[in-house]
Design a protein around this ligand. Sequence first.
Ligand SMILES: [Zn+2]
Ligand SMILES: [Zn+2]
Length: 446
Amino acid sequence: MRIRFWGTRGSLAKPGPSTVRYGGNTSCVEVRADDGTLIVLDCGTGAHDLGRSLVASGERPIRGHLLLTHTHWDHIQGFPFFAPLFIAGNEWDVYAAQGLGQRLEDTLAGQMEYEYFPVTLGQLDATIRYHELHEGAFNLGAVQVTARYLNHPGLAMGYRLEAGGVAVVYATDHEPHSRHQPELTGSDQVLPVHHEDQRHVEFLAGADLVIHDAQYTLEEYPSKLTWGHSPAEVAVGFALAAGVKRLALFHHDPLRDDAALDRLVEVCRRGAVAGGLDVFAAAEGQTIELVEQETVTSHAARRPEAAITKGVGAATTTILLVDDDPDILRLLTMTLRPEGYRLLSATDGNAALEIARAERPDLLLLDWNMPGRNGLEVCRALRAESDPDLHNVPVVLLTAQVGEEDTAAGFAAGVTDYVTKPFKPAYIRSRVQTWLRRKRAGTEST
Ligand SMILES: [Zn+2]
Ligand SMILES: [Zn+2]
């Protein structure tokens, strides 16, 4: 399997003398498996040169799979400049997490509307098929793809690609779930307390190469909370805990020049050395070969349809908002109402429980400290119900308690997710979508 970086920058393309070594183009990574399967991870401005190189190779037709983490600009701005899409006979399958409301095709068409761009999506000559994913595994040629939601103010998907016994994970535009991050302690890594951070570590587990969001330094991070990106040092912590072999720092901040990236890599290497982890900063033009073994694939090939969502009707989805702070209730209502959900609200724990029993919501957003029963007590009461709709309902705890013990206490009480205040509305929107999709996928598969 050959991996090549065509764009490593985050947020904004940043060409110029200060970024010439690590590159100025935004996210785009080419993966070519030994069986010839071509997978392109994200379509930032780096896709321009990738497209030219594919066309120049003489390969016809050019068939490939484009896996988008999400549709923020720095991940799709190369799409209208990706030459293979303009050539009739080429075939491309485009995948992304399904959001609510707008279809992937319409979102991509949006940046190509007349006011923004002279060519419309419909004028691209290649055959392009659009697929909207939920979490799950599927096969593209010899490559098994596992998709998993990331933590970002916009529904984003990470991808784990496995073929011939090697694994590469692409996890960019991801912020740690817990505000409490353990110090780097070399080989002596413990699993994070937050269940979603633990699952993130499982997603990376044992990979030969992890390409991970590392936009910030640990020092910068406190002023960048909830922007949806990781400090590089925390990416190292995740990779160590996951027993990863090589870590490519990725999604470089536009303000990080080459010299600053060199210094960041040095800091990360000091933290990683005892764990036997090789850390480097992904550089535009860099190629990495992972040696595939000949393996007999015993598992039946799973078609991508296995991870493709059927529509989820927002109108039939009920969310119960519980907080004694009227400002928070108003903020949650303003954030979620435009999505078309049916919203119920309560300002104390006892009322919340009563409403939950009567209305069986699909999801609860639940404050911790409230009059009457507190959030943890409400959650324990729900988990003690015999009715599976209440017993299993996803509960997202919203709390200002940031300590590690608090997080542990939340999960011990049975919460599904633990979100620390203050939060950005966009975060709540994407966490709500994540849990509703997971709930729907769970019920669909049973
Ligand atoms: Zn990004
Ligand atoms: Zn983003």
